[in-house]
Design a protein around this ligand. Structure first.
Ligand code: PGA
Length: 248
């Protein structure tokens, strides 16, 4: 099955109203690459302004709460981000697992909540460096997928992102063989969980993707796109990744 490549940015706790100008060149690059889907997850404060500024690019949230509403001070629901223009959300990012103690079960609940509100979901998984060094990367990722992927996941709304924690923001990446091996294992695990629907689910690689390494990473079997942090903050760095995806 052919899956369209998806290049998704994640601004994390960066950006401001003034930074939204970066999106203009990103939209132009997305328009010039009709075979590639482009998305940018931004801080909650920027979702509304970003979605209004660039209706042609999917704007998303970086997280949502697992409940639709209620007494959860400081939290934001899927309905809230959808109302101001988000079409997707990231859930289970490793920085939320590390900083907020989120678990795979939390990621599952958040994915379900987002889907209830009509949002697409990018659900993250990935091992720590210690887990990889102990030879446990495959098992860790399999267990995360098993606990976090909803039963009704399919490619119409659900995307998985493999992001080894030690590769995020470090300039280090796994070898192409290591990336291919985890993506194949992830696809097999999805197939066990959701059957043939697994063939339609995109699996992104994330962790120090740049304009320099994107083309080789995106050419690996079962790599259906990239989730990009640091290099998504400026059009100058993000556009070459979109162009690389268009060329694969
Ligand atoms: P990075 O972050 O591209 O800065 O390594 C990736 C991510 O956390 O999604």
């Amino acid at each position: 099955m052919t899956r369209r490549k998806l290049v998704a940015g994640n601004w994390k706790m960066n950006g401001s109203l003034a930074a939204l100008g970066e999106l203009d060149a990103i939209v132009a690059a997305a328009d010039a690459a009709p075979g590639v889907d482009v998305a940018v997850a931004v801080p909650a404060t920027l979702i509304g302004p970003a979605a209004a500024r660039v209706p042609g690019v999917a704007i998303g949230a970086e997280d949502v709460h697992e409940r639709d509403a209620g007494a959860h001070t400081g939290c934001i629901s899927a309905a809230m981000v959808a109302e101001v223009g988000a079409s997707f959300t990231i859930v289970g990012h490793s920085e939320r697992r590390a900083d907020q103690g989120e678990t795979s079960q939390d990621a599952w609940a958040k994915a379900a909540a987002a889907h209830r509100q009509g949002l697409n979901v990018i659900l993250c998984c990935g091992e720590t460096e210690a887990e990889r060094n102990a030879g446990r990367a495959e098992r860790v990722v399999q267990a995360q997928i098993e606990k976090s992927v909803p039963d009704n996941a399919d490619g119409s709304w659900f995307t998985l992102a493999y992001e080894p924690r030690w590769a995020i923001g470090t300039g280090r990446t796994p070898t192409l063989e290591e990336i291919g091996s985890i993506h194949a294992i992830a696809r097999a695990k999805l197939r066990m969980l959701i059957g043939d629907a697994a063939d339609g689910v995109r699996i992104l690689y994330g962790g120090s993707v740049t304009g320099e390494n994107a083309a080789t990473i995106l050419a690996v079997d079962d790599v259906d796109g990239a989730l990009v942090g640091g290099a998504s903050l400026t059009a100058a760095k993000f556009v070459p990744i979109i162009e690389a995806a268009a060329g694969v």
